[in-house]
Design a binder for this molecule. Structure first.
Ligand SMILES: Cc1ncc(COP(=O)(O)O)c(C=O)c1O
Length: 361
């Protein structure tokens, strides 16, 4: 039970449909559903449940995220993208059927020196230009051999890499990364994995045996045009309501610091959502919300629990009226651009205190 009029509405059917659409882009590949960071704020347990029987495996960042899913009864294979930080996690991974990414020689040494109750599924991450995680491409065959020599693997590892600029269609690094992965595939005979959402959507050559779509499952890829062509549907709508209305005279200010000052008689709504819920604090006076079929500007400093909205042009607005913070009218990508960030950040920052309401398919 929640009494708050603010919530994030999650359309689970849209996520399942977006997943299906992502698979259609590469019907000969398999697709891991990336559900890290609480499924980009959409609730990893609910998303994992809705994808059961559809996605052959899920992906999270670290073991704790995977164990939360196991505790909730999710039994799909789960790839842990950052692999293990300690030997103890190797044992947990083997006990809980978690697939582990090995991105460093240190992790391979950990495997060599740890006895496991059962064999594990390993992926080997290669650095092809992101320069974040991964074995140097030149060392990949020898590190792969070390992994195999442990005799602790249930199957040949998948070779994975991650693209640094997939959103930029003609970025020269894209081709280099794709070619390096192809080359490694020829050298080792391993199954391959490279594409995230952007690559899957617009770089066909990056689609290998396993793709790893994340943001597109939630319907808000930064590639707006491609998203619309594919038919992706935003899965999250954040809604709040008007809790107070003030009539301001010219010269009167709104909120902490008085950063917004009325230049004319103005009607300001106080809406029940703030940075404590994940609404960005630095809006620079640029962000919009949507109510009564119209857009309205967020004005003044964003408070922890409230924002001010200029509703001077919406005289019919009343206390209790619903306000879309983002959703189908104010797209999260648009808000992200207005506040100088990316949709990923806005989605994953939605705080736990904002109730989720799930629409089941
Ligand atoms: C290794 C890896 N694969 C796949 C993804 C999914 O990326 P996207 O959400 O852009 O599809 C991520 C996300 O950051 C990642 O780190």
């Amino acid at each position: 039970m929640t009494y708050r009029p603010s919530f994030a509405e999650i359309d689970l059917g849209a996520i399942r449909e977006n997943y299906r659409l992502s698979c259609q882009l590469a019907p000969n590949s398999q697709h891991l559903a990336v559900v890290k960071a609480n499924a980009y704020g959409h609730d990893a347990i609910e998303v994992a449940r809705i994808l059961k029987g559809h996605a052959p495996a899920l992906a999270v960042a670290f073991i704790d995220e995977a164990l939360q899913l196991r505790e909730a009864g999710i039994d799909s294979p789960i790839l842990v993208l950052e692999g293990c930080f300690s030997a103890n996690e190797l044992i947990l991974a083997s006990q809980h059927n978690l697939w582990l990414m090995f991105h460093s020689v240190e992790q391979v040494i950990m495997l060599e020196s740890t006895s496991l109750p059962t064999s594990i599924t390993a992926w080997l991450k290669v650095d092809t230009g992101m320069h974040r995680l991964g074995i140097d491409a030149a060392q990949a065959p020898s590190v792969l051999q070390r992994l195999l020599d442990t005799q602790k693997l249930s199957q040949q590892p998948v070779l994975a890499s991650h693209m640094a600029n997939a959103e930029v269609l003609d970025h020269p690094l894209n081709r280099q990364q794709i070619e390096q992965v192809q080359q490694l595939g020829k050298q080792t005979g391993c199954a391959l994995s490279l594409a995230n959402s952007a690559a899957l959507m617009q770089l066909p050559a990056s689609r290998f045996d396993w793709n790893r779509p994340g943001i597109m499952l939630y319907g808000c890829s930064p590639l707006e045009k491609a998203s619309q062509q594919i038919g992706l549907k935003p899965a999250m709508r954040v809604v709040s309501s008007i809790m107070a209305i003030r009539e301001l005279h010219p010269g009167e200010a709104v909120g902490y610091g008085g950063h917004w000052v009325a230049s004319q008689p103005s009607r300001i709504a106080t809406v029940a959502i703030g940075y404590g819920d994940g609404y960005p604090r630095s809006t620079h006076g640029k962000s919009d919300v949507f109510l009564h079929g119209q857009r309205a500007k967020v004005v003044g400093s964003v408070s922890m629990d409230m924002i001010g909205v200029d509703i001077s042009h919406i005289p019919q607005a009343r206390i209790g009226d619903q306000v879309e913070i983002w959703g189908s009218h104010v797209r999260v990508n648009e808000l992200a651009a207005q506040v100088n960030t990316i949709s990923y950040e806005l989605l994953t920052r939605i705080s736990q205190r904002l109730p989720r309401r799930f629409i089941q398919p």
